[in-house]
Ligand binder design. Sequence first.
Ligand SMILES: NC(=O)c1ccc[n+]([C@@H]2O[C@H](COP(=O)([O-])OP(=O)(O)OC[C@H]3O[C@@H](n4cnc5c(N)ncnc54)[C@H](O)[C@@H]3O)[C@@H](O)[C@H]2O)c1
Length: 306
Amino acid sequence: MAGILDGKVALVTGAGHGIGRGHALELARQGARVVINDLGGNAKGEGEGRDADVVVDIIKARGGDAVADYGNVGDEAAAEAMVKRGIDQWGRLDIVVNNAGIVRDKAIWNMSVDDFDLVMNVHLRGTWLTCRAAAQHWRAVAKAGSGRYPGRIINTTSGAGLLGNFGQTNYAAAKAGIAGLTLTLAVELAAIGVTANLISPGGLTRISSTLGMGAPKEPDDFGPDEFDPLDPSLGSPAVAWLASDEAQMVSGQCIRAVRDRLSVLKGWHEAAGITSGGKRWKTEEIGKILATDLFGTRAPGLRMGG
Ligand SMILES: NC(=O)c1ccc[n+]([C@@H]2O[C@H](COP(=O)([O-])OP(=O)(O)OC[C@H]3O[C@@H](n4cnc5c(N)ncnc54)[C@H](O)[C@@H]3O)[C@@H](O)[C@H]2O)c1
């Protein structure tokens, strides 16, 4: 049966487990050849392993094609190598799904600088590094040809980054940063036909099990038609579609796919506004304007602190 990604080559980072594994399996099911990147550490970013091999084996056993990559997304040379791996192997790159992630949760007063740096390094720096390498490649291909290439970037954000979550200042900052990065990529790459979108996924994985939700599950623990609200691959069909030619007109968007619900998320917008009439604001007067006129009446749901 023809898939919507026949002939395409994809990179999925952190595809050894959980949500990324679900994306990789679905992209392969839709006909893409997939670079399975995974450093193979634990959910806190400790250790290394060959976890990517398991997913390569599953894809091959199902008749697809995949290659393993064990690089660390936060390392410049490794990120460039994983982007190049599909090009070396199959002569092209069409899709980059940035999904690799770790958590090191603590309230900010207990969080070490190492906890902050490592989480930012994997999520935000890693996403930026592969996006830069892919953008450079697609720009060169576009310039050498018609001026356009239908490349696809799908980056992973989270409710913590979009709405805030206790104990996750490092993770939330990284995930919010990925949202800003992706909106900007959508602007920068539009002229060459590359789209950039966000997925905000869910599922019971190694990462979410650190919040006491139970033992993690892998997408291949479930049958193809089975529905489990905690299956980490429930958002993978949306990712596969965003990666396809059908989604050429969709860029700079965020899809939340959690349990059986799909939603389009919209970010910061002006909830209330007031103009000064061409004068400077005065500190002595601004409290009334903000507290009463803006937060109080025009955007009454808003409260700052207490
Ligand atoms: N599970 C959820 O409910 C949830 C919610 C929102 C967002 N997310 C995001 O989804 C993504 C996938 O997480 P998951 O929940 O499937 O957890 P997971 O631990 O099952 O998967 C993350 C994968 O990333 C890999 N990885 C970690 N550091 C890496 C590095 N430096 N280089 C390459 N690979 C690396 C891990 O080995 C692991 O296989 C993450 O970005 C996470 O923040 C998850």
